[in-house]
Design a protein around this ligand. Sequence first.
Ligand code: ATP
Ligand code: MG
Length: 435
Amino acid sequence: MRLSRAFLPTLKETPAEAQIASHRLMLRAGLVRQTSAGIYAWLPLGLRVLRKVEQIVREEQDRTGAQEILMPTIQPAELWKESGRYEAYGKEMLRLNDRHEREMLYGPTNEEMVTDIFRGFAKSYRDLPRNLYHIQWKFRDEVRPRFGVMRGREFLMKDAYSFDLTVEGARHSYRKMFVAYLRTFARMGLKAIPMRADTGPIGGDLSHEFIILAETGESQVYLHRDLLAYDPLSEIPDYDGDLTPQVEFWTRRYAATDELHDEAAWAQVPEGDRVAARGVEVGHIFYFGTKYSAAMGFQVAGPDGANVTPEMGSYGIGVSRVVGAAIEANHDEAGIKWPDAIAPYKLAVINLKPGDAACDAMAEQLYGAFADDAVLDDRDARAGQKFADADLLGFPWQAIIGPRGAAAGKVELKRRATGERVELSLDDALAKLAA
Ligand code: ATP
Ligand code: MG
């Protein structure tokens, strides 16, 4: 993308309404624009990040054998009356009537709808297990939308739903998602720690929130230091095999949000291994048994002919929240420091003197080599402005081309995350960026 022709509405002033860094930076960098309270339009650069996050989520869901579908945003109220949640959900649910006065709603989640779809087809134990997911906009009329896309009213969520014949089968489905989530966030360059979460009236030990550490997070969290050192990408899991060892690495060590924090257990953690921090919930996985299948009368014929009520779980990732959380965890005074995997563009080619033949030639060559994942700053603007914008927008690499260097065949490469700079020949720069 050539910045001289791009729609890239950056702001000079820090917007007064934004209390936290990610919200400020997303507005200043022109990633999103608020259209109503808690509702945002995604602008070109922000949309690219959102799509990259979404694609990593999709690939890791697919790897587990889950299948993607796309359910609508608008749902009929009847389904929610069947499960008993229509009244219970209260004011967070946006309710609407169509022209025939039928009660509809904008989905805050999809347990009812996916159960309805799946029960229409699954008749026998052979149709299980299955995991269906979609990546779709949700609406929750939050009392206090704030922190930009982190707590919006309309937000993009990946939600998966597993159906199993047995409790042990459901536990395996749960472990698959647990491991897939570790991989998903690690691939984005983010450290998300699974923490035991409240299972409410259902009880049991099968609910975890995945939390990214960031100073401005809404949750206070406590964890064992070991959990920060582990690399979930060290091997590709066998999702048909026994995943208990991988899961137990995490569940054996202390990690809790303040809701479930246990002072006695915490005191057992050696003092030097204790990390108390703030965090942002980016994912939540939950096993809830037959709560919806039973309420909605969904049964399949079991192997011995007797009817079985499927065991279910649901697994959410706040795709749009991840964009904000990633910035919360990766920024400095000057702007965003995108992790490579979710950066809107990997490289900014900064031509300090458009019109200078050597600068133009070198800039075009670098830009051309990575055009689908690079921006070219060919604007007629001051050098200071270009540097500031590249830092603000947070591209992982900057290739800085000035008349003196270009004449000598040199380009300066800057790594945004560390500030490191090296001067290289054009060929060396191309090779380094390709690596
Ligand atoms: P929270 O406790 O933050 O209100 P929740 O527990 O209600 O979230 P879930 O129902 O578990 O949320 O939804 C799954 C994921 O969707 C969450 O882990 C979070 O990442 C995301 N999410 C939930 N509410 C919002 C929101 N208002 N804005 C953006 N993302 C959200
Ligand atoms: Mg939650």
